[in-house]
Design a protein around this ligand. Structure first.
Ligand SMILES: [Fe+2]
Length: 252
């Protein structure tokens, strides 16, 4: 029964994968403008900045040592990049921003779309509000993020390949996508790191989300998170995309 439940959650995630969003379709098709990519970074950054706090919010409530260690290891890698010989993951996302014309120093002060704030608030509550069962956070924040299918264009090229080949980004500019969303169409998960991170989440859900009430709550939370993130993606496209503007190409 519990494996069936986790499979249902993963099915919900796959049905509305990032690649079903017109925003990602535009970026993957090589049609993104500078303004769209800049806004993408500006509105995605605050959500990414919250990631480790959501991860450790769940870790703080995890009594199983092995699972807690895997969450903390994940957070450690996120904040230091030490296990992959990279750097703080958010910093590599800021580098991507720099390559498309964003000044990272300005990121913390930028005005956020209401749709962006709604995602941050949902994630913070699901993972850090102790009145909410932590399995809601596992399902609707951690699994939603780590359990994404590969993000690829129609030909099966990864986000990283698109950034490198279509938009001409230098390596320091697409480094983020090596560790996130780097898999090609044939692979099962978004990237190797994320594949490795999904397994403990499945175990947690199977073990701790073990009543019909908890399962229903986790599913509701995931459904809401999926709605909110697509509204956030749609807002970025609506506010920042005009196909009449030239397509972005890295000029150095
Ligand atoms: Fe990361």
């Amino acid at each position: 029964m519990s494996e069936q439940f986790v499979a249902e959650l993963e099915e919900m995630i796959h049905a509305r994968a990032k690649t079903t969003s017109p925003l990602y379709q535009t970026i993957l098709a090589g049609k993104a403008t500078e303004r769209l990519l800049r806004t993408f970074v500006e509105q995605r950054w605050p959500i990414k900045s919250w990631w480790t706090r959501n991860l450790t919010g769940v870790a703080a409530r995890m009594d199983d040592l092995a699972i807690r260690r895997s969450l903390i290891e994940n957070a450690y890698e996120e904040e230091f990049g030490a296990l992959s010989n990279s750097k703080r993951h958010v910093e590599t996302f800021e580098d991507f921003g720099k390559a498309v014309g964003v000044d990272p120093a300005r990121l913390p002060e930028l005005e956020l779309f209401p749709e962006t704030v709604a995602v941050i608030e949902h994630n913070r509550t699901a993972c850090n509000d102790t009145n909410v069962h932590f399995t809601e956070g596992v399902a609707s924040v951690l699994l939603l993020m780590e359990g994404q299918p590969p993000i690829t264009d129609e030909g099966g090229a990864s986000m990283m390949a698109v950034m490198r080949d279509r938009y001409g980004l230098p390596e320091w500019g697409y480094e983020f996508f090596k560790h996130h969303a780097s898999a090609d169409a044939g692979e099962s998960g978004v990237s190797e790191l994320e594949d490795e991170h999904t397994e403990p989440l499945r175990v947690m859900l199977a073990r701790y989300c073990d009543t019909p009430e908890l399962q229903a709550a986790a599913k509701r939370s995931l459904a809401r998170a999926i709605e909110l993130r697509h509204a956030h993606f749609d807002a970025i496209l609506r506010e920042a995309y005009d196909p009449a503007e030239p397509v972005f190409h890295y000029a150095g």
